[in-house]
Design a binder for this molecule. Structure first.
Ligand code: URA
Length: 196
């Protein structure tokens, strides 16, 4: 991928941003395209949208090391403009290969560009938060975290959509309103209360 010259973005990029995470991940997240931090570091979601993504993952006690994160485009569009269809087509074989190698049970699309790869005829505002099936893989579309940075009213919707993830992959998670527990459920002490 780092040698790729399939589209014009190869001329302006500093680094390709292939994706990173757990190769055995049940959850794969697909964003839009690298921005300037990603182009400098070679890592996906390394800037402000990435900080919000980390916060959303924290809300359901999922670590980035448990999932695999990539983008529709592997190179930064100049000035962060929208991806062009020719660029999406040039990059598509890489994404297809990543999906087949990781073989996730659920793909979370972040934003409209990654969603439209799977369901080109449905609008994201209608689809968001609803699980659909694509080639035996669950697809859960969500708004892009960067959209919530510009429009804070989208953040509660993202938090709500993230709440679905643990049940889809059979791990338990605290609900948003849960308070930290003083007594972990498994705590058993024969020698008095260690928290007092
Ligand atoms: N960073 C990424 O890696 N992808 C996006 O879609 C946005 C920011």
């Amino acid at each position: 991928m780092s040698q790729c010259e399939n589209c014009g973005l190869s001329k302006s990029r500093n680094r390709t941003v292939p994706g990173e995470g757990n190769y055995d991940a049940q959850v794969m997240m697909i964003g839009e395209a690298p921005g300037s931090n990603e182009d400098k570091t070679g890592r996906p979601f390394a800037g402000r949208a990435g900080n919000l993504l980390n916060e959303l993952l924290d809300s359901v006690s999922i670590k980035r090391s448990q999932i695999y994160i990539t983008n529709t485009l592997k190179c930064r569009p100049p000035s962060n403009r929208d991806p062009q269809q020719t660029e999406i087509n040039s990059c598509e074989p890489y994404l297809a290969l990543q999906i087949s190698l990781i073989n996730p049970s659920i793909i979370i699309t972040l934003g409209r560009f990654s969603f439209s790869k799977f369901f080109p005829n449905i609008t994201l505002s209608k689809a968001r938060g609803i699980v659909r099936e694509w080639n035996g893989i669950k697809i859960l579309p969500m708004y892009h975290p960067a959209a919530a940075l510009y429009n804070p009213s989208l953040k509660p919707k993202l938090l709500q959509d993230f709440q679905q993830i643990p049940s889809l992959i059979n791990i338990s998670s605290p609900s948003i309103s849960d308070q930290p527990q003083k007594y972990p459920a498994t705590q058993v002490s024969l020698f008095g209360d260690p928290f007092e």
